[in-house]
Ligand binder design. Structure first.
Ligand code: 2RA
Length: 350
């Protein structure tokens, strides 16, 4: 019998992409149950060509569920993922609630699929979208060259801050289009209106901030890159420095990566490794103007990588530019892939 899947948070930004993915990926699921807050209960959404009525989040909603995906805020996952697990479901959680819990595996199927089997709490965590933008590429390079340190600078899209992020960027862009703004200090402030979830105007600007303030001036987003990369790659002492920046892009995060390895690297070797890596597309021909950009990558599944160079000052270091759709591989797709790994396990296929 095909396993029963619950999608918790089916009406949110990531949930919407999830229903689209479930309609187009191999159909490994029996019943698909859509769960959301009481406010959204009764709404009908289309998945796999059929209308499904959304049910309210409750203990009973998990009756008979084999795998429950959570695309909800941290506090909702913190409360409900253990309830789903106690009712016998494997919870695949896309919030930050469990990512660094030592009893919860943090899984990227292309890098550490086997970790999904060891889940003492019945919960598997999905990484943050910025980590996911680069970690498939890093995992492949690490296997061959041995990663020894990492410097990452992100260029994060507005949709990382959810629907309010998208709405704020669109409203601001409408206000600045066709003006002379952006030519004097501070002239955008006051004109763009509501800053929404961002601490400064995002239209015609870049904002060196994502997430919340942590110790010593680091942002939560920067700490996630460090802690999650270490856990996924199994390198608990990996030196990692990150700077996270929000850019006026609707969807698709980019990261400029400076990665240092134990062994000498070559550009040809990196190309060969990354061309063979599942889930990665190499687009790296600057002479032809070919490199990944968010505008070309949005809506696609792979991690795209280009601008691959060997550091001029260190034969063990590579510079790369990666782009990935933060709502697909960065969220819904990786969650779906983890759930499919569990489905294969539950049906004895792996
Ligand atoms: C962001 N990574 O882009 C966050 C969302 N989880 O804001």
């Amino acid at each position: 019998k095909k396993p029963t899947l619950a999608v918790v948070g089916a009406t949110g930004a990531v949930g919407t992409v999830m229903l689209d993915l479930l309609s187009t990926r191999e159909d490994v699921w029996g019943e698909i149950r859509l769960i959301a807050s009481a406010r959204s209960a009764g709404r009908k959404l289309v998945c796999r060509g059929r209308e499904i009525e959304v049910v309210a989040l409750s203990e009973e909603a998990f009756d008979g569920v084999d795998v429950a995906m959570f695309d909800v805020p941290d506090e909702v996952s913190a409360q409900w993922a253990p309830i789903a697990a106690a009712k016998g479901a494997v919870a695949v959680d896309n919030s930050g609630a469990f990512r660094m819990d030592p009893d919860v595996p943090l899984v990227v199927p292309e890098v550490n699929a086997a970790a999904a089997r060891n889940r003492p709490k019945g919960i598997i965590a999905n990484p943050n979208c910025t980590t996911l933008t680069m970690v498939v590429v890093l995992g492949a390079l690490h296997q061959r060259y041995g990663l020894s340190s990492l410097v990452a600078s992100s260029y994060q899209a507005a949709s990382g801050a959810g629907q309010p992020g998208i709405d704020t960027l669109r409203a601001q862009v409408a206000k600045v289009a066709g003006t002379n703004l952006g030519t004097h200090p501070g002239d955008l402030r006051g004109v763009v209106g509501d800053l929404g979830p961002f601490p400064a105007p995002l239209a015609l600007n870049v904002v060196p901030w994502a997430g919340s303030l942590k110790d010593d001036g680091w942002s939560s987003e920067e700490l996630k890159i460090r802690n999650e990369s270490r856990k996924i790659l199994g390198l608990p002492n990996l030196p990692v420095s990150a700077t996270c920046v929000r850019v006026p892009v609707v969807t698709t995060h980019s990261v400029a990566v400076h990665a240092t390895f134990e062994n000498e690297v070559t550009v040809a070797g990196a190309h060969e490794i990354l061309r063979a890596a599942p889930g990665v597309v190499v687009l790296d021909d600057p002479a032809a103007g070919e490199f990944p950009t968010p505008a070309d990558v949005v809506g696609t599944d792979p991690t795209w990588v280009g601008r691959i160079r060997r550091s001029m000052d260190d034969p063990r270091s590579l510079e790369l530019f990666v782009c990935g759709d933060n709502l697909r591989k960065g969220a819904a797709l990786n969650t779906a892939q983890i759930a499919e790994v569990v489905a294969a396990e539950l049906t004895g296929k792996i």
